[in-house]
Write a protein of this length. Structure first.
Length: 70
């Protein structure tokens, strides 16, 4: 996992998951500003912690979720 300065993450463009709950309870956001990694945060706490995954690991995780829901 690559270290990204928090100042870069704060300036990133975040996108809310289309699967996030409409009531605002389950809000995951991801930024595509860093091609090699996939930073993820809880939209309810935008200045809180962010998890940064390798892009390949995140893609594998999402693919497995899709397989489980199919």
């Amino acid at each position: 996992m690559r270290n990204i300065p928090d100042s870069d993450l704060c300036a990133a463009t975040w996108h809310k998951s289309s699967y996030s709950g409409g009531s605002g309870d389950n809000c995951l956001e991801l930024t595509h500003d860093f091609p090699a990694v996939a930073p993820v945060r809880d939209s309810k706490i935008p200045h809180g912690p962010k998890l940064v995954f390798r892009a390949t690991a995140w893609a594998t995780f999402v693919a497995n979720l899709k397989d489980e829901t199919a």
